[in-house]
Structure formats: C-alpha cells, structure tokens
Write a protein that binds this ligand. Structure first.
Ligand SMILES: [Zn+2]
Length: 85
C-alpha cells in the first residue's frame, strides 16, 4: 500500500464523504477493529463536520470499503502506524 493511498483514506475518514456513508464494512485504524457499518451510528458528526467516530474509541478514524480498499487488519495496521505512532 503506497502512502498516497493511505493519505486518501485518511482524508476521507476525517470528512463526511459519501463513499464512507455507503460502505458496508468499516474499520477503525486507531483500535484496529473492523466492524459492519451498522455498528457505526454516528455517520454524520455534523456539529464538528468530521467523519464518523468509532464506537469503541470515539476517534474519527473510520474507513469503509466503498472508499476502494478492502478493510483488512493489514490495512488498518498500516494506517495506524502512519497516523498514530
Ligand atoms: Zn476505534
């Protein structure tokens, strides 16, 4: 996975993107957990105008499969390393 692809996912996770809200499988790259999209209730964090927040950790670090990448532990780990370590 190149850095450009990671950056695209990162930016999408911080916004209310259409692709994100249409995803079926999502993952949090802060706690490295994948979950079905219906677990993520806060799809539009409209007050803050940020992306949805993780039900586990409350961080807006959710990415979804509609963004064009399969949500795998490898992907979430790569994102975690790049943005949270
Ligand atoms: Zn989380």
């Amino acid at each position: 996975m190149d850095n450009k692809a990671l950056e695209k996912l990162h930016l999408a996770s911080l916004s209310q993107s259409k692709e994100l809200s249409e995803s079926k499988l999502c993952g949090c790259y802060y706690c490295i957990v994948s979950m079905s999209a219906d677990k993520v209730s806060d799809w539009k964090n409209s007050a803050a105008k940020t992306g949805p927040v993780c039900p586990n950790c409350g961080t807006n670090s959710i990415i979804g499969d509609e963004l064009g990448q399969s949500i795998t532990d490898e992907l979430l780990s790569a994102m975690n390393t790049r943005y949270f370590s």
